[in-house]
Design a protein around this ligand. Structure first.
Ligand code: SF4
Length: 453
């Protein structure tokens, strides 16, 4: 059977789709290979969320095509970029043998088998939509019956609990790419979580486009709190991390639940996007600065040691200097632990793309650089306050920086997005939970040594 090399781009939600595709291909006798040169099929699961992700996708595909020495090697492109650009991609990338939309995760093995057997390659991006209209391919929703081959180290995994999004942020294309909100049934999620726990997962990171929307589409059905209670009851996973909490849906009861349950990490990922009421309104985000400040205060009151992470977008159409000053003042006052600053990009097809008073690129970049410099000081001070403390650390393994160092993360550092702890002294293995005394702080990373007493 054919060998397949898979490249997964984009966010953890896309990674879960890639893991399912890999599981299905393995089950159907395909052999995954880590080197593209060894593959009969080069599969790229793309992201189409923002322009830089699209550029990365195109570069990756072109790079793989260039590597292809043997003309019989097939190139297959799946995922959000295909959904977003459809027929344009077919025109622009004639070297690609097959494009599949996000609906086709579960049909990947059939598609690749037909392709490997020399069958028709003419499945065009629009075809998924046509099939869906005819009822042949329902929109994909993860389920625990599907085999999944983890691409993450065995001690950590993502758990995708919904697909799509019912919010309509004016800068975002996700609802048009991934469709409306679809929540998985609670027993199905718990079944998958029990399997991951049995496989040795120690950190389970819950992901969705909007995690707080879990169950809102299931009339009278479970909500996020029910899901968390179920995970606590049915598994013994020591670290349960929540990503993508929609700010206006985080209420005191959720904060109190996190405060009561040490296995739910005191980590609040709240993508505020801005604090100016005017800009938030134009973004179609239903809250303002007063609510944001109240929420940050409530988290700090109920859980003084909690980590708050956020992302902000600068250069949104109509953003004035005074809006940026508000945002800078908020960052200086509230001193969030981790902040990502992005510049607005005028994505074709977004409601915001037709708004007047678009910001010049140079100004966007200046604003981003200013806020990033401000946050670097705040993050450094927060990390310096940890020096001398002993923190629980999940060991990831040998550091990518040096073979002489190990690398891990505290409860305050999410995988892939935050910094890490370099462990300069002590013995441990990947997947161990160890106690580390922090000895040195940098803006994003920490250095420490294992303590045994
Ligand atoms: S919450 Fe807003 S930004 Fe996030 S996926 Fe939904 S529409 Fe996009």
């Amino acid at each position: 059977m054919a060998t397949v090399h898979l490249t997964s781009l984009g966010c953890p939600k896309n990674l879960v789709d890639s893991e399912v595709m890999l599981g299905l291909l393995l089950e159907q006798g395909f052999t995954p290979v880590s080197e593209p040169e060894e593959a009969d099929i080069l599969l790229v699961n793309t992201c189409g969320f923002i322009q830089s992700a699209v550029e990365e996708g195109i570069d990756t595909i072109l790079g793989l095509i260039e590597l292809r020495k043997n003309p019989t090697v097939r190139v297959v492109v799946t995922g959000c970029m295909v959904k977003r650009y459809g027929a344009d991609l077919v025109k622009e990338l004639p070297e690609v043998d097959l494009f599949l939309g996000t609906e086709e995760v579960a049909t990947i093995a059939d598609r690749l088998r037909a392709l490997a057997a020399g069958g028709s390659c003419a499945v065009l991006p629009g075809a998924a939509d046509r099939f869906r209209e005819q009822g042949e391919i329902p929109p994909f929703l993860m389920n625990s019956e599907l085999p999944r081959r983890l691409a993450t180290p065995t001690h950590r995994a993502y758990l995708k609990v919904t697909e799509g999004c019912d919010n309509r942020c004016s800068y975002c294309l996700i609802p048009s790419i991934r469709g409306d909100l679809r929540s998985r049934a609670l027993p199905d999620i718990l079944r998958e979580a029990r399997g991951l726990a049995a496989a040795g997962v120690k950190e389970l990171t819950l992901v969705a486009q909007d995690l707080t929307a879990y169950g809102l589409d299931l009339r009278g059905g479970p909500k996020l709190a029910d899901l968390l209670h179920g995970l606590l009851r049915d598994t013994d996973i020591p670290w349960i991390r929540l990503l993508y909490l929609y700010p206006s849906r985080v209420k005191s009861d959720l904060i109190a639940l996190v405060a009561e349950q040490p296995r739910i990490l005191p980590y609040f990922d709240l993508p505020f996007q801005h604090v100016s009421d005017r800009v938030l309104k134009a973004m179609n985000r239903p809250y303002g600065e007063a609510m944001i400040r109240e929420l940050v205060g409530e988290i700090r009151r109920l859980l003084p040691g909690a980590t708050i992470r956020s992302t902000f977008m600068v250069g949104f159409p109509g953003e004035e200097e005074e809006d940026l000053e508000r945002l800078a003042a908020f960052m200086a006052d509230c001193r969030l632990d981790h902040v990502g600053i992005f510049t607005y990009f005028n994505e074709e097809g977004c409601a915001a793309s037709v708004l007047p008073r678009q910001c010049p690129d140079e100004l966007k970049e200046r604003r981003r650089d200013r806020l990033m410099a401000l946050q670097a000081e705040i993050s450094l001070a927060a990390n310096q306050a940890r020096v001398g403390r002993v923190e629980e650390v999940l060991v990831e393994g040998v550091s990518g920086e040096s073979e002489l160092l190990l690398e891990g993360r505290t409860r305050h550092q999410a995988p892939e997005v935050d910094g890490c702890v370099y462990i300069a002294d002590g013995q441990c293995r990947a997947g161990d939970l160890v106690r580390v005394k922090i000895t040195e702080a940098h803006p994003y990373d920490l250095v420490g040594e294992i303590v045994t007493d």
